[in-house]
Design a protein around this ligand. Structure first.
Ligand code: NAP
Length: 306
């Protein structure tokens, strides 16, 4: 008979790390799987996480590392494996990876979310050649150059602020006349002298042959089109949930998020969701870690009630 785990946690972002910490302290027989080399999930790409209590001004990379170290101290570390599929066999679930078929009574699905793409000409073709989804990772390549950030949320504002410290000029292109970003980030962004926000505008095409040379945009109010010359384009238009593995297994909403409340309970008994993958109003580190803890509590209740 295969070894049967009480719990398999998928994902080592803040939600998965928090779940691992709580599961370890609950002495559950737990396996924790993650495909990336380092823990932290999306925060690894975040220059500064300034709203996580007790950690002012910490870089995303450092916060991810500190969280991973915390779990390690409690005796739990992620195993690096790529999950290929999940099978719901009622009382047990099978997690299929390339090398193993793990059997578990419960799953906490905490696979986070990835970057949304614009879907315009030039975006895929010039990926890595001036088109980037991570200013913290790639910003240094654009020192003293001109860059464009597309988007109006927290990430776009943070990217604009970060790039303003490196680049000669930064354009932030936003499709409306009001930013979605938190007010404090808006203030910081608008105070940057070398940042210009191009309002009410959508990107039409990223230009360049072997390297980005500019971006064609349209003003949605006047209909006028213009080309902004630039060396790099940072796409920061939101996230899409990494829920392909549970598509067709648990209920998803119209946007692909797992339908689950604060307790992480999904439409399938024994499968729980935590972090950015689930339906919620605020996707932040602070809400993700709360989700991980709640999901483990739900797992405990489920196992006792079986
Ligand atoms: P977001 O808040 O969803 O904002 C996406 C932005 O992109 C919006 O301004 C949106 O415009 C625009 N947009 C979407 N699709 C577009 C398209 N096709 N073309 C042009 N513009 C488009 O996403 P985000 O800024 O990436 O942030 C993702 C999540 O991470 C958010 O929940 C955010 O709060 C969170 N976050 C957390 C932390 C932290 O915990 N410290 C740090 C950074 C981000 P509209 O405004 O018109 O919709």
């Amino acid at each position: 008979m295969d070894e049967i785990y009480d719990l398999i946690i998928l994902g080592a972002g803040p939600a998965g790390i928090s779940a691992a910490i709580y599961a370890s302290r609950a002495r559950m027989k737990t396996l924790w799987l993650e495909k990336q080399f380092v823990p932290g999930g999306q925060i690894i790409d975040t220059y500064e996480v300034d709203n996580y209590p007790g950690m002012p001004g910490m870089t995303g990379m450092d916060l991810g590392e500190a969280m991973g170290e915390h779990a390690k101290k409690l005796g739990i570390e992620p195993t690096r494996e790529n999950v290929r599929s999940i099978e719901n066999r009622g009382d047990v679930k099978i997690i299929h990876t390339k090398k193993h078929d793990y059997v578990t009574k419960t799953v906490i699905f905490a696979c986070g979310a990835g970057h949304r793409h614009l879907g315009i000409p030039g975006e895929e073709e010039l990926g890595g050649m001036g088109v980037s989804y991570c200013a913290t990772c790639d910003g240094a390549f654009f020192r003293d150059k001109v860059t464009v950030v597309v988007g109006g949320g927290n990430v776009a504002a943070e990217d604009g602020i970060f790039l303003s410290r490196l680049c000669k000029k930064v354009y932030v292109i936003h499709r409306r006349h009001e930013l979605r970003a938190e007010k404090i980030l808006q203030e910081q962004l608008l105070a940057c002298e070398n940042v210009s926000v191009v309002w009410d505008s959508v990107p039409l095409e990223i230009l360049g042959e072997s390297q980005v040379t500019g971006i064609k945009i349209r003003n949605v109010v006047t209909g006028s089109e213009q080309i902004l010359e630039a060396d790099g384009v940072f796409v920061a238009v939101g996230i899409v949930p990494n829920t392909e593995l549970v598509n067709g297994i648990v209920e998803l909403d119209d946007y692909g998020y797992i339908v689950a409340g604060e307790e992480g309970i999904t439409s399938v008994p024994g499968i729980f969701a935590a972090g950015d993958v689930r339906t919620k109003t605020l996707r932040q580190v602070v809400t993700a870690v709360s989700d991980g803890a709640n999901a483990v509590t739900s797992v405990q209740h489920y196992l006792i009630g079986r």
